[in-house]
Design a protein around this ligand. Sequence first.
Ligand code: HEM
Length: 529
Amino acid sequence: MEQLFGSVAVVPTIFTLLAVLAGVLCYLYAPYWGVRKVPGPPAIPLVGHLPLLAKYGPDLFSVLAKQYGPIFRFHMGRQPLIIVADPELCREVGIKKFKDIPNRSIPSPISASPLHQKGLFFTRDGRWSTMRNTILSVYQPSHLASLVPTMQEFIQSATQNLQDEEDITFSNLSLRLATDVIGQAAFGVTFGMSKPQSTETSPTSSSKFSNQDTSNTDEVSDFINQHMYSTTQLKMDLSGSFSIILGLLVPILQEPFRQILMRIPGTMDWKVERTNRKLSGRLDEIVVKRMEAKERGSKDFLSSILNARESETVSKNVFTPDYISAVTYEHLLAGSATTAFTLSSIVYLVAGHPEVEKKLLAEIDGFGSPDQVPTAQDLQQKFPYLDQVIKEAMRFYVVSPLVARETSKEVEIGGYLLPKGTWVWLALGVLAKDPKNFPEPHKFRPERFDPNCEEDKQRHPYSFIPFGIGPRSCIGQKFSLQEIKLSLIHLYRKYVFRHSPNMEKPLELEYGIVLNFKHGVKLRVISRT
Ligand code: HEM
């Protein structure tokens, strides 16, 4: 009798276990089911293809494209991504079918950070288009042209102490420079980073950080350090905080675990949370102060947005203070690491190619007297070889090798029907290394971008898209190119650079929210005078 009751009790337990197991399997495999027909390598349960990414870095996508074709499946933990590695298909996703794929998917490193979510990058649909249209008005060519003198002042300040034969970590210098320039353009504040001994006066006469004097240099560098920390913790592989890793594997558990871990001192989640809270606090402080200011001007991004909001050209519900903080912070984030990386990679590549350097110097020296600062129009028209060098360096090291998008309804791409909510990522890095459009892709050869050469004429127009594609492409493209060109012209008028013996060969890269140098770019300065 007892035995009978025992086995009767076991049956529901087995059913419960089976139901739980089925639930877990459904949860783990549901996103895969809708896209199972898209080809891809076999995925390890839970981690998917992340170990491959950690092992090979972004080159992995070129290898997979060769094996599986222009559209393939890659599993970031539980989440399948549909990777698009063909210029025509990128045009389809980014432009032709934009209305069905208007937003970005939110990867787990970002979903851990509300500060990052409220910027333009991750806002969606109607809110995004209202925000984007307002921000676009700040990037009119006349506004950009008016920023040339400010940019030039920071560039001069950042490079004034370079010594002949000195070894420098150029990537640090360019990050400080780009942070200062964007700090001024975004917030209207001088971070004073490009002048380490900045107890002297600032290069511009505008307000200091938090509108106080230079005595808070420590506060400034603390802010920037937090900013750097918050950026570098956003890892895309398996080296992030525990909650981020969990978010990649079992997203449903990410938030509950983050809530617990951020309360346990010493954990990475605790550190990231503290840093983000401090950063948000400081940003909110700047925004509130600027909101209250009677004379705020309109030169910097934050003031322009606040002016637009007050003149009711944009709904106050769209630009609430938290969104304003996020979008301003996003400028600091998007405008510093990307521009600095690009600047460093150009100088690094030119240092290793004397024939390119010679041609570039001839063009720059031929422009005019060494103290004639080029105008925005000069920058666009009078430096054709510089343009080629910049493009080739951006092709060689694609700072943002993957661009995230998400379908908002069922849509057909490359012969596959993708359900609503599919993560579709454009592989800009793979396009840039495809020998079909770039013969001998591992050679640094700026002349391939000469508009008169056959290679350039034959190339697919969307094979080189380092700033993305379509209505959602980079809003800061012209801003960063202006800054990069001004910096290079100023630098090469005075110096050339050689690889420092302290630098590793080949250069090692790190895959975070954008590409970065693992150990920095170390160069030797050679004065030209
Ligand atoms: C060399 C420098 C830069 C590179 C390579 C770069 C690259 C990119 C890429 C690839 C995207 C995604 C585009 C897409 O989805 O099609 C993007 C978006 C974006 N970038 Fe940049 N960027 C750079 C500099 C900047 C600067 C200086 C700013 C700010 C002033 C900025 C602000 C943004 C913003 C706000 C977005 C999101 C746009 C939207 O969703 O509407 N970027 N960038």
